[in-house]
Design a protein. Structure first.
Length: 96
């Protein structure tokens, strides 16, 4: 299953309601699971990003989840496709 790493920052709206962030995550996780996306980990962070999320799921389900989340207006995200070492070996083997 494809892996995705999402880097997120709170919007002004999300920052104003920061105390609701853990509850919003639980609602997000429930919605993700309903779409077939497995949340592997979430971390509230310091530095350039406010949240880092690791998930696995089909690309179309990830896109649907990202759109639904964006529509709520609490965070802005940047999602990256992650590759395991085994997947990377296959990719570089074909590049010779």
């Amino acid at each position: 299953m494809p892996a995705y790493i999402t880097l997120a920052n709170f919007t002004d709206q999300g920052a104003r309601t920061i105390k609701d962030s853990p509850d919003r995550f639980e609602a997000f996780k429930t919605q993700a699971e309903a779409l077939g996306v497995s949340i592997k980990s979430v971390h509230w962070t310091t530095g350039a990003y406010d949240l880092v999320l690791v998930a696995e799921g089909p690309e179309d389900a990830m896109m649907s989840l990202a759109l639904k989340t964006a529509a709520l207006g609490n965070i802005r995200t940047q999602t990256l496709r992650g590759f395991t070492a085994a997947e990377m070996r296959k990719l570089v083997a074909g590049s010779k």
